[in-house]
Structure formats: structure tokens, C-alpha cells
Design a protein around this ligand. Structure first.
Ligand code: ADP
Ligand code: 5GP
Length: 223
């Protein structure tokens, strides 16, 4: 099976980072593309694990050198996906999980049309605000920016292939996992499908000829 990119998008606070982390802990067939950002690390976030945290000048230099498969300004900071990160994950045979905003997802999917796009919705506006407050990562001004942006982001949902409501966390993780499982058996992702089908047809033809010749052993496998 050919590994593919999987993008999770959602308004800030809907739970995409939590879902992505749990999936990565549980599934060996997934790898994570660590994004670059100019925003400051939150308490508990680690450089290289959560983001490549960088200055504005470093980001612009990488962008101008063509290092990003996509990039966007989100909530006043720059974010980007490094081409080499995506290639690193896919080259190990794992699907490449990414947490990207709606503008970046659109750019990325144009460059990599095999990308699976999943939108995570919060169960309500009230719950989204509670989660953002509960995370304790934003001051009131930044919180308001994130809520305002949420309105615009949610209206892009129809561009996505799948929508998962993150009400019960376990159920949401299970649903995203089910999408990845189903996508991995799509006929265009199965490795050497033509060769497999060709071999099956050749075997069936042998069986059919055997029966037509009146071969009494046709279809009987004695080992
Ligand atoms: P995002 O990455 O979309 O900005 P996070 O994954 O950081 O969102 O989640 C925001 C907050 O909501 C975190 O404190 C997280 O623990 C919490 N959270 C995520 N999913 C759920 C859920 N299903 N039920 C309750 N709390 C949740
Ligand atoms: P946060 O600051 O909460 O980690 O992320 C803010 C927003 O930036 C989220 O919508 C997240 O999906 C988005 N984001 C994170 N990494 C990338 C990236 O590499 N590219 C783009 N375009 N958006 C990203």
C-alpha cells in the first residue's frame, strides 16, 4: 500500500493536536510532519517535537529557498510544512499526519492530490471557548482572534473529504483512524494491484480450463 499525506484541520481548540498525538502513540503506520512556526512555544511544547520554532527572518529565508510545501499566516504568525519532513515520513512507508490550517491545506492538496483532508469540528461554540480557556494558552486578545478566525475556518468545511465531530475524544480518535484505514485500501493505493489481479485471473483461467477438459483433479488441491 502506498503511504499518503493526511491533514487534520480545525479551529484552534477543537482538539486536532490531541487527536493527532493519540493516533501517533497508537499507530505504527503513522508519522508526523513537524511544522515550522514563528510563534513562541507554549509551556510544555518542545522544539523539534511540536514545532521547529524559528525567527521571522529564518522562516522567510526557508520560504524563499523553496523549503515549504505550503505556508500561511495564521493568527498573526507564520506556519509552514517542510517538504523534507513530508518526504522523510513517507519514505519510511508511514502515512504523513499533519496539522495544517485551511489555507495551507488547500495549497498542500493542490501540490499532493492524494492527500486525505479531515476536518475536526467542536460540538459547539461554547465547548470550543471552554477548551481554549481550559488550555490556558491564550491571553484574552489572542483568544478573541482565534474565535474570530474559527468562524472563517469552519465555513471551509466543504473542501474536506471527511468531517469528524470531537465531542467524545475516544470516538473522534476512532473515527479518524477508521478514515485512515478505509483510505489505505482504496484501489488506487493498493501496491501492484494490476499484477495481483493479473495473477488471480491466470489462476482462475487454469481452473476453468481444467474443468472444461474434464480433469477430475481440477480445483482440488492435494498439497
Ligand atoms: P487544537 O490543536 O485543535 O488547537 P487541542 O488539541 O490543543 O486543540 O485541544 C484544546 C484543549 O481541549 C486541550 O486542553 C485538550 O486537552 C482539550 N480537548 C481536546 N479534545 C477534547 C475532548 N474531546 N473533550 C474534552 N477536552 C478536549
Ligand atoms: P497553534 O498555534 O494552535 O499550534 O496552531 C494554530 C494554527 O496553525 C492551527 O490552525 C494549525 O492547524 C495551524 N498550523 C500548524 N502548523 C501549520 C503548518 O505547517 N502550516 C499551516 N498552514 N498551518 C499550520
Amino acid at each position: 500500500m502506498r503511504p499518503f499525506p493526511v491533514i487534520l484541520s480545525a479551529p484552534s481548540g477543537a482538539g486536532k493536536t490531541t487527536i493527532a498525538r493519540k493516533l501517533l502513540e497508537r499507530r505504527a503506520d503513522l508519522g508526523y510532519s513537524v511544522s515550522c512556526t514563528t510563534r513562541n512555544p507554549r509551556p510544555g511544547e518542545l522544539h523539534e517535537r511540536d514545532y521547529h520554532f524559528m525567527s521571522h527572518a529564518e522562516f522567510v529565508a526557508d520560504r524563499d529557498a523553496g523549503a515549504f510545501a505550503e505556508w500561511a499566516e495564521v493568527h498573526g504568525n507564520l506556519y509552514g510544512t517542510l517538504r523534507r519532513e513530508v518526504e522523510r515520513v513517507l519514505s519510511t512507508g508511514r502515512h504523513c499526519l499533519m496539522d495544517i490550517d485551511v489555507q495551507g491545506a488547500r495549497q498542500f492538496a493542490e501540490a499532493f492530490p492524494e492527500t486525505v483532508l479531515i476536518f475536526i469540528l467542536p460540538p459547539s461554540g461554547e465547548v470550543l471557548l471552554q477548551r481554549l480557556n481550559g488550555r490556558g494558552s491564550e491571553d484574552p486578545e489572542r483568544l478573541l482572534t482565534r474565535l474570530k478566525n474559527a468562524r472563517a475556518e469552519i465555513s471551509e468545511v466543504a473542501r474536506y473529504h471527511y468531517v469528524v465531530v470531537n465531542d467524545d475524544l475516544e470516538l473522534a480518535i476512532e473515527r479518524v483512524g477508521a478514515v485512515i484505514d478505509a483510505e489505505s485500501v482504496r484501489h488506487d493505493r493498493v501496491h501492484s494491484l494490476d499484477a495481483q489481479v493479473g495473477a488471480l485471473i491466470a489462476q482462475l483461467e487454469q481452473e476453468i480450463h481444467g474443468i472444461q477438459r474434464g480433469d477430475s483433479h481440477a480445483g482440488v488441491h492435494t498439497g
